[in-house]
Ligand binder design. Structure first.
Ligand code: FRU
Length: 482
């Protein structure tokens, strides 16, 4: 380890020590989500199950609640529920990553863990360079940077980052988020037989590739995998204009389903679908575990979206990870559900069979508080508006007439403005809602849609109420999560 590396790590640990008690005194610290010990967390990185242990790395700026020269923080777990925080995996200490060890992925090969990340370099005029860097690890806890393995291929600007690597037949493949010289977003594909030497095969998808028109000026964090007989390309495009209910956040995260043609380096795909309909969700990354499950973590945050207004800033930290989700593809659509293991958090179960909701706001004993899960199942598609009000800060509304589900929340910028996000659904069968101290994740119709958001209610705002326009029979279940 170089002196520079040691200094940076020391400084980061010092920052954790200095602000530990302040950070931990924040009542908005989450109970069962991953967070940075201090500073800013963004993308999930290097998500892998290695030698039976889940490793999740994350983009981390320990020094500020702003973006900057990122480190890779490191969490591990055996069950996706109980996590341990480890020493820093990567520090931005080399010439090829001095302005950040940016996002990337992990792969196991011959018993070793390999990480790939983007070395971000800026000069004094803010000109950017990007390098794809390889890291080896014998044990998953100590990391040896091997240096740059991919220089910028021709045809792209320096916005070329976030390598996601996988193995298929005799080759390793890498998909990289990119901007081509005409300033449009692309996903670039590279191939290697030894993880060290990489050949650029071309842009497999992006604006003016195949039938896709303009589709943003940059694609971040691509991820390509097979699931349930389909191929899925996840990406986080920047530069989409709002379109009706769609693309309401500053940046999006979504997927294409299609067919990868490895011979011609082309991904033929259908429409882009947003993965999350809420306010804060970005840069998700997946891995396949030893049970063959396709698992996903997303960043429960968004870049440049009023980040300085989150109230946690005062306590020297910002952002969190979503819950881990399991993905499935059914009838050409991606489904997301919280991983089964999260049921371990369930305590103090309450069950209400065949309750009738009506136009009175009803509360139910055992269904309130800060950290809980509830599941609402409709005996039949509701024929009138459904309204669920949570902690005076978030409201779910379903309109059978408009066939629309809405999440509204009170803005964290002024604590007053009501903001809304919507999605179209043809019927409402069930809702599974996870509330943590300052977050909400809503899984709709067995994971067909998801809404994710931060909310910042007052301490005494703990109530949850349910109402419907016409009497509606439901099943209601809830658990405190700890
Ligand atoms: C996405 C992103 C990535 C980049 C990283 C830097 O949020 O901008 O493209 O690698 O964050 O932290």
């Amino acid at each position: 380890m170089s002196d520079r590396d040691k200094q940076l790590r020391e400084a980061a640990y010092q920052e954790v020590e200095t602000h530990k008690s302040l950070v931990e005194s924040d009542r908005f610290r989450l109970g069962y989500h991953l967070m940075p010990p201090v500073g800013l967390l963004n993308d999930p990185n290097g998500f892998i199950q290695y030698k039976g242990v889940y490793h999740l790395f994350y983009q981390w700026n320990p020094f500020k609640t702003e973006h900057g020269a990122k480190f890779w923080g490191h969490y591990t777990s055996r069950d996706l529920v109980n996590w341990e925080h480890h020493e820093i995996a990567l520090a931005p200490s080399d010439w090829f990553d001095k302005n950040g060890c940016y996002s990337g992925s992990a792969i196991e090969h011959n018993g070793k863990m390999y990480l790939f990340y983007t070395g971000n370099v800026k000069d004094e005029h803010n000109n950017r360079e990007s390098y794809q860097v390889l890291v080896e690890s014998e044990d998953g806890f100590t990391f040896d940077k091997k240096g740059v393995v991919v220089e910028l291929p021709e045809g792209y600007t320096a916005h070329f980052r976030d390598p996601k690597v996988w193995k298929r037949d005799d080759y390793f493949y890498m998909v990289v988020g990119a901007q081509s010289e005409d300033l449009t977003g692309k996903a670039a594909l590279l191939r290697s037989s030894d993880l060290y030497k990489w050949e650029h095969l071309g842009a497999i998808a992006g604006a003016h590739v195949g039938s896709l028109e303009d589709f943003g000026y940059m694609w971040e964090c691509p991820d390509l995998f097979e699931l349930d007989g389909e191929e899925v390309l996840i990406l986080s495009p920047q530069g989409l204009e709002p379109e009706g209910m769609l693309y309401q956040n500053i940046y999006q995260a979504g997927y294409f389903i299609g067919k990868m043609d490895y011979e011609n380096a082309r991904f033929d795909h259908g429409e882009f679908v947003e993965m999350d309909r809420g306010f804060e969700f970005y840069a998700p990354q997946t891995t396949e575990d030893d049970q063959g499950r396709r698992l996903l973590f997303g960043w429960l945050g968004l870049p440049e979206e009023r980040e300085e207004d989150h109230p946690t800033i005062e306590y020297k930290w910002i952002h969190a990870m979503t819950l881990p989700r399991e993905l499935r593809v059914k009838d050409g659509k991606l489904y997301q559900l919280p991983v089964e293991e999260l049921k371990k958090l369930r305590h103090d179960e309450v069950i209400y069979h065949n309750v009738v909701l009506n136009e009175e706001e009803q509360a139910f004993a055992g269904i309130d508080g800060e950290r809980l899960e509830y599941e609402l199942t409709f005996n039949e598609n509701p024929s009138s508006e459904v309204t669920i009000q949570m902690r005076n800060h978030a409201t779910i509304t379903y309109s059978p007439e408009k066939k629309r589900l809405t999440l509204s929340r009170i803005s964290f910028v002024d604590g007053k403005t009501i903001e809304e996000r919507h999605c179209e659904i043809s019927e409402l069968k069930n809702l599974r809602v996870f509330l943590d101290s300052s977050s909400i994740e809503i899984f709709v119709n067995d994971g067909a849609e998801v809404f994710t958001a931060r909310i910042y209610p007052a301490e005494n705002e703990k109530n949850i109420t349910f109402k419907t326009g016409q009497p509606t029979s439901v099943q209601l279940q809830a658990w405190m999560l700890y």
